[in-house]
Design a protein around this ligand. Structure first.
Ligand code: HDD
Length: 718
């Protein structure tokens, strides 16, 4: 697959198109040679033994091979990103559908449908270290680098449309609060601790984003199932120099899906690389990840009418107010060749814009414009990081900047200044008409002042809008998430303050969280998930600062998923042991394959099973692989197989967890005893399908639906 892409993307530099990124990376690619050498080309005859004085004597300083090898190793690490340290990336392309945006912008990447712009995208979590688990509850980074012919454009966004804070000056405080507490470096990759909620409880502007992180959006099922957002309001500028405001969205073509919390925690231990593995495998299987780029475009005059400020990054613009226009498609279809060189060294900066776009005065964005260049110099060690293959633009670079550590370019000639006559006055400035970047001439007046605008003052209204827009199951998940998070906060005063904020967002939300924290007298026991879901069904609040919108279906996940596109890319576990009906497995595999889904046989051991009707190869074992890594479970026929599985704790748990996590389960009638043991009802309505006939339609529809929220799985232990 990879080689096909190589060919498609023009592996031969001579045939490269101007829009090909691959050759700039290939130029630096060092395929493994046949002779072992040191870094300066000296062939090595013995790589097993250091040079020593006598076979049992001390090593000699003279050993340049030992010293080079160890010294290089000692310096292999660079500082991890201060935020978003954990991430994974992939290459792809972007193409706009038509030229309909020409009335708003001169940016070619957004107006020329004949262009295919190469992209590199890095997804990340925010709080955890480089080695933390992918499935931690967190905001997820969604950073896109477009290598346009006019220079790089970086859309450095998240999977959540608002942000925690309004002003960049609070960013170090926010991050210090959420990162592991500094005296003992606990907890890793988790917001569920005192310092985070201390900061949040004293900073109510964080509440809207907190609601998103506590919702299912905080634990996406995969990168391919996440939306992306540019967060800030940006500008588009057209040929007449007119500006419109714009918000950028990425809409996943695979739909929006999430994990459930118990599953996310299970995965954190059993497969900490769950998200990056999923992206890697999908691409290797030839199933690219796809999003549509969506724009909300509105005039400054329109923005002035809203009862919230579009320069306030803690607010979103409801889609009910300004619809999202889908303008183009991004496809990620090539894995990096080297994680460090590409994914680790890629450097994004919100300052990377192309003509036809500009910044707004959002004070969070304004601070970011400083931070990213600064951090890249610290992280990559030199201002020459722009020469690294992954960061180099496709657009030609020509200026008088010189020298610095690790300078790669060899700039000939004596002229390194401007203006000059000795160099023929070149490189020369480029007028706007020929593509030179010109800042939008926004008229400004005002006094120098440190003060938040009054229009930034409402911190609860959009948290209420988000709450109202959740289905009752999504609301239940938020209550449970807050019970979990605040349940880990040790300082009672902070918990109590947080309950106050949550009550202000919605009284039932606040009360139910309070009940879980022992701050509310209950007549009976705590409600089960099903009871809580019912209780929350009618719980809504009156919103403010939302443009009069009380509820916006686009904020919830239900609407996005009622018409699931397909089962493409879904992964089904076929749980089997000796005696399984091989024909059942073949039939299910064929049906799934035909629709682009994947099936793996999970057995008690590796190797092969003695199936009824032939041997069956095993892909994974119940010991190494939980059902959490799959989207559904199938129990094929074969009484002997099901008897073995019914007697295995791991196998019973495999099925029980799939049910607890809302996943469809398909079972042959032979599996009745195992289902019972795992505590599952046979109910197609609740996504447990008995496959007695040949029809798998119900199961496939269930697989497309992804989860069955109408289960009462409370009694199944995790
Ligand atoms: Fe940031 C990285 C997204 C606010 C300072 N940020 C970083 C990455 C993403 C975001 C996706 C990882 C890029 C990658 O994969 O390499 N950040 C955001 C969004 C924000 C935001 C959507 C709010 C709308 N960030 C923000 C503020 C500041 C920073 C207010 C500082 C004032 N962010 C950084 C940084 C990082 C970073 C320290 C760390 C690594 C890097 O830049 O390259 O400069």
């Amino acid at each position: 697959m990879k080689d096909d892409h190589r060919k498609q993307h023009g592996a031969q530099p001579s045939k490269a198109q101007p829009s090909d990124k691959l050759p700039t990376i290939q130029e630096a690619t060092q395929p493994s040679g046949t002779r072992l050498t040191d870094n300066l080309g000296h062939a090595i005859s013995d790589d097993q033994n250091s040079l020593r004085a006598g076979v049992r004597g001390p090593s000699l300083l003279e050993d340049f091979l030992l010293r080079e090898k160890i010294s290089h190793f000692d310096h292999e690490r660079i500082p991890e990103r201060v935020v978003h340290a954990r991430g994974a990336g992939a290459h792809g392309t972007f193409r706009v559908y038509d030229n309909s945006l020409s009335e708003f912008t001169v940016a070619k990447v957004l107006t020329d449908p004949s262009r295919e712009t190469p992209v590199f995208v890095r997804f990340s979590t925010v709080a955890g270290s480089r080695g933390s688990a992918d499935t931690a509850r967190d905001v997820h980074g969604f950073a896109v680098k477009f290598y346009t012919q006019e220079g790089n454009w970086d859309l450095v966004g998240n999977n959540i449309p608002p942000f925690f804070i309004q002003d960049a000056i609070k960013f170090p405080d926010l991050i210090h609060a959420v990162k592991p507490e500094p005296h003992r470096e606990i907890p890793q990759a988790a917001s569920a601790h005192d310092t985070f909620y201390d900061f949040v409880s004293l900073t109510p502007e964080t509440l809207h984003t907190l609601m998103w992180v506590m919702s299912d959006r905080g634990i996406p099922r995969s990168f391919a199932n996440m939306e992306g957002f540019g967060v800030h309001t940006f500008r588009l500028v057209n040929a007449e120099g007119q500006s419109h405001f714009v918000k950028f969205h990425w809409k996943p073509l695979a739909g929006i899906h999430s994990l459930v919390w118990d599953e996310a925690q299970e995965l954190a231990g059993r497969d900490a690389d769950f998200h990056r593995r999923n992206m890697w495998d999908s691409i290797e299987m030839g199933q690219p990840l796809e999003w549509e780029l969506g724009l909300q475009i509105f005039s400054e005059a329109q923005a002035a009418q809203f009862d919230f400020d579009v320069l306030d990054a803690t607010k979103l613009v409801p889609e009910n107010l300004v619809p999202v226009k889908r303008v183009g498609k991004m496809t990620l279809d090539r894995n990096p060749d080297n994680y460090f060189s590409e994914t680790e060294q890629v450097a994004f900066m919100p300052t990377n814009l192309v003509p036809g776009m500009d910044f707004s005065d959002d004070p969070l964005l304004q601070g970011r414009l400083f931070s990213y260049l600064d951090t890249q110099i610290s992280r990559l060690g030199t201002p020459n990081w722009t020469e690294l293959p992954i960061n180099r633009p496709l657009a030609p670079v020509s200026n008088h900047q010189r020298d610095g550590q690790m300078r790669r370019a060899v700039n000939p000639g004596r002229v390194a200044y401007e203006p000059n006559s000795l160099g023929g006055g070149q490189p020369a400035e480029v007028p706007a008409a020929q593509g030179g970047f010109v800042t939008y001439p926004e008229a400004l007046t005002g006094v120098k002042i440190r003060q938040r605008a009054e229009s930034f003052a409402d911190h609860y209204g959009q948290a209420q809008l988000f709450w109202n827009s959740m289905s009752s199951v999504e609301k239940m998940h938020i209550v449970r998430a807050q019970q979990f998070e605040l349940g880990k906060v040790e300082t009672r005063e902070i918990r109590v303050k947080m309950i106050g904020h949550l009550r202000r967002i919605n009284a039932v939300l606040g009360d139910q969280v309070a009940a879980g924290l022992g701050e509310l007298e209950l007549a009976g026991p705590l409600p089960t998930d099903a009871e809580l879901t019912k209780l929350l069904a009618g719980a809504t609040s009156q919103t403010t600062a939302s443009g009069g919108v009380q509820q916006d279906a686009a904020l919830g996940m239900v609407e996005h998923n009622t018409a699931p596109p397909s089962i493409k890319g879904r992964k089904v576990a076929i749980l089997a042991a000796d005696g399984v009906k091989a024909a059942d497995i073949e039939a299910m595999k064929a049906v799934l394959k035909a629709q682009g889904a994947v099936a793996e046989v999970v057995g008690p051991h590796l190797g092969s099973l003695k199936g009824e009707g032939g041997a069956v190869a095993v892909d994974k074992t119940v010991l190494t692989t939980p059902s959490a890594v799959y989207d559904a479970v199938y129990l094929p026929g074969g009484a002997a197989s099901l008897k073995v599985l019914g007697g295995m704790g791991d196998a019973v748990r495999f099925v029980a967890q799939a049910y607890k996590h809302g996943k469809p389960v398909a079972a042959s009638p032979d599996a009745a005893a195992l289902l019972q043991r795992a505590g599952l009802p046979t109910s197609a309505e609740q996504g447990v399908f008995e496959l007695s006939g040949a029809s798998t339609d119900g199961f496939l529809a269930g697989l497309a639906q992804h989860r069955f929220w109408n289960r009462s799985g409370d009694l199944i232990p995790a």
